[in-house]
Ligand binder design. Structure first.
Ligand code: SAH
Ligand code: SF4
Length: 390
């Protein structure tokens, strides 16, 4: 039996091509998109304005299949985290962060991550596989429709009027690709999912409200500018190559000079006239006054906002969060030099839903644990820190 097609895998063009393949009229593609993405219907029989014969044909060949949920957790501050099964003993996570003026969903793009940043729990688990576009957009599909049907859901109707959403409103107004994985190393599937987020027949989110966060895959930053220029956040974490080589190993391939040049090329395409740089504050590693001044010099000529992220510790990292007064002193140096800098509030701490704590932790991770132990044998955290001080 041929495997069923997952209709979540199709962006608008792909849906149109599929509908044509089934010898149906083009407007059926739009109807299908609206049923699936705007109304959240997964039972094809409920799509009442599709002809019965078309429905029967679809039921035979296709399905709407988001990732199965393994665990659903709610933090004290309202942050909600879902653990999703991606098969073969792996899992990914999505996190919903409610705020007064917005509802943000943090989405994963890969199971694990090959970049292996020193301070990231996802990186420590290694790379398992890319998510399909359906598995990526399925996280938004699932969270939006689940939350919308819950009592007390905050529906955003007036603030974000989008055709198709006038009557229901939506719960999720912003998406950040800041969950597990490096989105630009799963480029095609991520772009296909981004297109659905922006498409008026699907979620109709503004490009300003969809953010791709990257550790700096330079060629793909250029491609994103052409294919789907959403807001860009670049994970910097260090003001020079020597330190960044250690914290973000991808820097050895795409050093700061090349990365910042790519950022400047992206700016004319970006939905706002600035980019965001993320900087995870690691005690004694990248948080000194000298490093703050070096950062000011590095970013002097690029329109940007710097987001300082207090490090979220996890056992294998051997690293510590910078004390709040150090974060503030670092921020003050940036602010005094005229830069725009903010300190990110940590959310969902009690359910390990904060940045970099996402490790899909539940399933048997024996091999991952073995790897983590092995890694520590090669580079004991303390040795590594000493090397950084050199
Ligand atoms: N791979 C992409 C997106 C996922 S990580 C990237 O690296 O940008 C999302 C953000 O969380 C990045 O800025 C990342 O540097 C940060 N992060 C990772 N681990 C962290 C940790 N332990 N504490 C705080 N922030 C972390
Ligand atoms: Fe991958 Fe981003 Fe984690 Fe680095 S910070 S290991 S790029 S998920």
């Amino acid at each position: 039996m041929t495997p069923r097609i997952n209709l979540l895998d199709f962006d608008a063009d792909q849906m149109a091509a599929y509908v044509a393949e089934l010898n149906e009229k083009p407007f059926r593609a739009k109807q299908l998109m609206q049923w699936i993405h705007q109304r959240g219907v997964s039972n094809i029989n409920e799509m009442s304005d599709l002809a019965k014969s078309f429905r029967a044909n679809l039921i035979d060949k296709a399905e709407i299949a988001p990732l199965p949920v393994i665990k659903d957790e709610l933090a004290n501050d309202g942050t909600r985290k879902w653990l999703l099964d991606v098969g073969a003993g792996n899992a990914v996570e999505s996190v919903f962060i409610p705020e007064d003026d917005r509802g943000t969903l943090c989405i994963s793009s890969q199971a694990g991550c090959a970049v292996n940043c020193r301070f990231c729990s996802t990186g420590h688990q290694g790379f398992s596989r890319n998510l399909t576009s359906g598995e990526i957009i399925g996280q938004l599909w699932f969270a939006e429709h689940l939350l919308r049907n819950e009592p007390g859901a905050v529906r955003r109707i007036e603030t974000y009027p989008t055709p198709g959403w006038e009557h229901t409103g939506r719960v999720i107004s912003n998406v950040v690709m800041m969950g597990m994985g490096e989105p630009l190393l799963n480029y095609d599937n991520v772009v296909s999912a981004l297109r659905l987020m922006l498409d008026d027949r699907a979620y109709g989110l503004s490009r300003r409200r969809v953010t791709v966060s990257t550790s700096g895959v330079v060629p793909m930053i250029d491609r994103l500018a052409q294919d789907c220029p959403v807001a860009l956040a670049v994970s910097l974490h260090a003001p020079n190559d020597a330190l960044r080589d250690q914290l973000v190993p991808l820097n050895q391939k795409y050093p700061l000079r090349e990365l910042l040049a790519a950022c400047e090329r992206y700016l004319p395409f970006a939905p706002r006239d600035f980019l965001t740089f993320e900087y995870c504050m690691l005690d004694g590693v990248n948080d000194s006054d000298v490093q703050a001044k070096e950062l000011v010099r590095l970013l002097a000529n690029i329109k940007c906002k710097i987001n300082l992220i207090p490090f979220n510790p996890f056992p294998e990292s051997g690293l510590k969060r910078s004390p709040p007064q150090r974060v503030q002193a670092f921020a003050n140096i940036l602010l005094d030099s005229g830069m725009v800098a903010t300190v990110r509030k940590t959310r969902g701490d009690d359910i390990a839903a904060a940045c970099g704590q996402l490790a899909g932790d539940v399933i048997d991770r024996t091999r991952v644990r073995e790897r983590a132990v092995h890694d520590n044998e090669i580079i004991q955290p303390i040795t590594w820190l000493n090397r950084l001080d050199d």
